[in-house]
Design a protein around this ligand. Structure first.
Ligand SMILES: Cc1ncc(COP(=O)(O)O)c(C=O)c1O
Length: 483
């Protein structure tokens, strides 16, 4: 395949003089490699237009749709972010009513804000004994749709950032029984469906729109993503209108050919690449079974966990997730994806070599030995208990004002010291980043538990967006008037 890429490289060798954008004119590269700029063009003759595809993009998008089992697929260059914005905007009228998983990425909240949606949250449960959200269940969706007939669409994340996979087939059946639309944010699942031993993707399981970040779990450049449409329920005209609105009018051909290249690779070499991925992953999990204090997800035979997402949990030790994250970084030169209270997350894809698996396994076995010895000395023995409590107390049952988000975000605000914030109404999103879903949404009242959790996150050195640090003090923006 790699048709677009070949066309770009052929063009870069031709004598065609560029009297058009981009401004580097395929000539001034600075210190960048010349291949990068020579193939960087815009919508010139013979290269089609992503926003009104007639030639090569029709062909490429159809090919990907076929590979992924979709009716129609769209290449995205503004990440899954613009796919989520466009999908929610197209599936609900302004002021509509969305049922949304509370662990959704901030882009879903931004869509709700822009379209002034009423939002009802589905709070995921925790996995027993782990401080990790489980995926939303069919039963939760069914109950919410039974309870409120004004809901127009359902938005879920699967796999979650931590790798939990929802039963999308059962959820799609339930949503369609109620004649509603199902959007699945599968930003972390672009690799799904290419090997029979992994979960299927949400497209073939019946979701109406599925958004995948090709850059996260396939070998495609950062910013690239795909939006798939399934069946006949989605208003295609509106979807395309919103893709026009949220996507740049100058999509990068380098990024677009990077999407093409990733699927080309999957088509030609997927069988070997996924086999190797699977074998390395299974071997890693097998080796980690020897650890005595560190705990891992997936557990044995856990079919609801995504391949490649390894949760390393320190909850039964005297150390935090951030401590493990930093130790792996500084001593072993292993850069993880993220750390939270008592766990951290490593990500593997078909792009990994054996070296990555081997180095992580060796490091974790060594650290486990050390932690076991430390545990015997009993130093800092209270830490794990307090970290567990932090998550058990997360305010999952809070009753929210369902219209508060877009009202509160636009309200006049004041910045106050964090320690004085209890009882005030959040004026900004407060997110742990990564993963990027909110602890507090504008319009929500800040409880004592929220405050305690935020202070603990900050003390652990985690990156909390929405909290401002001035000298040694933390401040938060709250709504200054009643809304
Ligand atoms: C669940 C989820 N959805 C959507 C996104 C946005 O994806 P992108 O970075 O491709 O815009 C992210 C990013 O981390 C995410 O974790």
């Amino acid at each position: 395949m790699a048709k677009l890429y070949n066309q770009l490289t052929e063009y870069s060798k031709s004598d065609m003089y560029p009297l058009h954008m981009p401004g580097h004119k395929r000539r001034l590269m600075g210190e960048m490699p010349k291949e990068f700029y020579q193939a960087d063009i815009t919508e010139i003759n013979g290269f089609d237009n992503l926003h009104e595809p007639e030639e090569i993009f029709v062909e490429l998008q159809e090919k990907v749709a076929k590979l992924c089992g979709a009716k129609k697929s769209y290449f995205l260059v503004n990440g899954s972010t613009c796919g989520v914005l466009a999908a929610i905007s197209a599936c609900l009228p302004k002021g509509g009513h969305l049922l949304m998983a509370r662990n959704a990425h901030k882009s879903a909240y931004h869509a709700a804000y822009l379209r002034e949606l009423k939002v009802t949250y589905l709070w995921p449960e925790f996995i027993p004994e782990y401080p990790i959200y489980e995926a939303i269940t069919p039963m939760q969706v069914e109950k919410a749709l039974e309870k409120d007939s004004t809901i127009q669409a359902v938005f879920l994340v699967s796999p979650t950032y931590e790798g939990r996979i929802a039963d999308i087939r059962a959820i799609a059946d339930c949503v369609h029984k109620h004649d509603r639309l199902l959007i699945v944010d599968e930003a972390h699942g672009a690799h799904l469906g290419f090997d029979r031993r992994f979960a299927q993707n949400s497209v073939v399981q019946g979701a109406d729109i599925v958004i995948q970040s090709t850059h996260k779990t396939l070998p495609a450049p950062t910013q690239t993503a795909i939006l798939h449409v399934n069946g006949d329920r989605v208003p295609i005209d509106l979807l395309e209108r919103f893709l026009h609105i949220y996507q740049t009018s100058s999509p990068s051909y380098l990024l677009l050919s990077g999407i093409e290249n990733a699927y080309d690779l999957v088509e030609k070499e997927g069988a070997q690449l996924f086999e190797r991925f699977y074998q390395n992953w299974i071997e890693l999990l097998h080796q980690l079974e020897a650890c005595r204090v560190l705990r891992f997800l997936p557990r044995k035979d856990d079919r609801n966990h995504d391949i490649g997402k390894l949760i390393m949990d320190t909850g039964k030790t005297m150390r935090s997730g951030q401590w493990l994250f930093e130790l792996l970084l500084e001593k072993y030169h292993l850069q993880l994806e993220m750390a939270a209270g008592s766990y951290c997350l490593a990500m593997f894809t078909i792009g990994d070599t054996e070296e990555g698996y081997e180095r992580l396994a060796k490091a974790l076995l060594e650290i486990d030995e050390m932690l076991l010895a430390e545990q015997k000395t009993g130093i800092r023995a209270n830490l794990s208990a307090s970290l567990d409590a932090e998550f058990q107390n997360t305010p999952r049952d809070r009753e929210d004002d369902e219209n508060a988000l877009f009202k509160a975000w636009d309200c006049p605000k004041v910045e106050i010291p964090l320690e004085k914030a209890e009882g005030r109404v959040a004026g900004e999103f407060i997110n742990l980043y990564p993963p990027g879903f909110p602890i507090l949404v504008p319009g929500e009242q800040i409880s004592a538990t929220d405050l305690e959790q935020l202070q603990k996150n900050l003390a652990d050195g985690l990156h909390v967006q929405g909290i401002v640090k001035k000298q040694a003090n933390y401040f938060v923006k709250v709504v200054s008037e009643k809304i």
